[in-house]
Write a protein that binds this ligand. Structure first.
Ligand SMILES: Cc1cc2nc3c(=O)[nH]c(=O)nc-3n(C[C@H](O)[C@H](O)[C@H](O)COP(=O)(O)OP(=O)(O)OC[C@H]3O[C@@H](n4cnc5c(N)ncnc54)[C@H](O)[C@@H]3O)c2cc1C
Length: 279
């Protein structure tokens, strides 16, 4: 599949895995082999989003944190305002980008968004022995867990739990994450100082996000990014900016839109308007 899609990769034996990630040395006997993707990159999404917000502010964007959106007000086939805990906000165009919560705001408008929360967990552990720590990102395919080096910390993330909007932190899940990292990079991090977190991945049935127009002319969608929301964030933003501006999209976007879920879009999902949509 990788070859067919032109993705560079290398198949490694256990020695080559350890050469790429010296911290795996003590776990070498357990390693059957590895698949290396030299084109992949790792980054700190917190740093990225904070810096992006600073750049956006400098360009004149206003962020309004700590405010909840109660509903969208429609009139004459358009959205005229958003009702929030801090009052009514009027605008020309609106982008619905509320992750797993997007369907709740869209449903009263007759838009049935197939986006469902899939819960994942992570631990972030301070590095205490850099020689034993990962250099970049290692996917543990046995436990389906990603182990990433973030400067002087190790981030371990994974799991896919169908638990609605429950945000409780299960100690059993933490134990699995701890086991996975200790099994491969034993002694690299201080587990007693681990920060445990969970989040909801906004999944769609076909795994592709919903980016583009909605059945309402001035309401745009940017949701359903599932397991790869940060990876796809800049690309989705590019596509949506082009669509909102009425430009030809730089990235091919015909298959990203909500239209694929309409009955006429051959995927069999029922929804309100039934109208065919561009992009
Ligand atoms: C453990 C874990 C590991 C992950 N690892 C990766 C990874 O390595 N790479 C990657 O690319 N992606 C990863 N993801 C996926 C990524 O986090 C998501 O795809 C991404 O966060 C989706 O972004 P979003 O902005 O669409 O939604 P969210 O990040 O869910 O943001 C939606 C926001 O809307 C707010 N909101 C919702 N309803 C309302 C309302 N009514 N009023 C006001 N605010 C509201 C929420 O509070 C939230 O802040 C991971 C996810 C998890 C759980």
């Amino acid at each position: 599949m990788l070859k067919a899609d032109g993705v560079p990769f290398e198949v490694l034996d256990a020695d080559q895995c350890v050469a790429a990630e010296p911290g795996l040395a003590s776990a070498k006997a357990k390693i059957a082999g590895g698949l290396r993707l030299p084109g992949d990159e790792t980054g700190d999404c917190f740093k990225f989003t904070q810096s992006l917000a600073d750049m956006a502010r400098a360009a004149g964007v206003t962020f309004r944190h700590g405010i909840s959106i109660d509903r969208l007000e429609a009139e004459g086939g358009r959205i005229v305002a958003v009702h929030t805990s801090a009052g009514r906000v009027v605008a020309d165009s609106f982008v619905l980008a509320l992750g797993s919560y997007s369907p709740m705001l869209a449903a009263p408008l007759g838009i049935k968004l197939p986006v469902y929360p899939v819960k994942g967990y992570s631990i972030t552990v301070p590095v205490v022995d850099a020689d034993r720590a990962p250099v970049s990102t290692v996917m543990d395919e046995t436990h389906k867990i990603a182990i990433t080096r973030l400067g002087d910390r190790i981030r371990v993330g994974g799991m896919a739990e169908i638990a609605g909007f429950d945000m409780s932190l299960s100690p059993k899940r933490q134990a699995t994450l701890t086991h996975s990292v200790e099994d491969l990079f034993g002694g690299a991090g201080d587990q007693s100082k681990a920060q445990f977190w969970c989040g909801l991945r906004p999944m769609t049935p076909d795994g592709t996000p919903i980016v583009g127009r909605s059945p309402i002319q001035n309401l745009f969608l940017n949701t359903g990014h599932g397991t790869l929301g940060w990876t796809m964030a800049a690309g989705s933003g590019r596509v949506l900016a082009d669509i909102v501006s009425g430009q030809r999209t730089e990235i091919a976007a015909a298959d990203l839109g909500y239209a694929r879920y309409l009955r006429d879009g051959r995927k069999g999902q029922r929804q309100g308007s039934g109208a065919a949509l561009p992009a």
